[in-house]
Design a binder for this molecule. Sequence first.
Ligand SMILES: [Zn+2]
Length: 127
Amino acid sequence: MVDHETPIQTPPRIIGYWYSESDPDWPDVRQFVDAGWDAEERDGLIAYLTADVWPSYRYGGDSTCRFCGIPNGSAEPTDGTFRWPEGLAHYVAEHDVRLPALFVDHALGRTNAPDVGKGWWMSQDSW
Ligand SMILES: [Zn+2]
């Protein structure tokens, strides 16, 4: 029986996990590089991703940067709408990774993000 009294909570949508041999279903980060991306937008996004206000979950073991191989964090911050790996800002700041407009517009306060699930992120192959 469906309980109509309990509102359905949409879990935060996932973004920023990248393909590796052990995670073959995620998008390939190399398809998201854009060295010509607007610097103001890029800096705004980095500030958003690294803002010291997001609650985060911590996992055991650092993720490894898909480009340079450094240990790239083990936490997963969330703004309540999206959740992303702590190391996502490193990709944006150091490897010219540009994220899809749906997320950038949300982060920069231009739109309310539409309701998308994990499949949305898995289906991204570039911006
Ligand atoms: Zn790196």
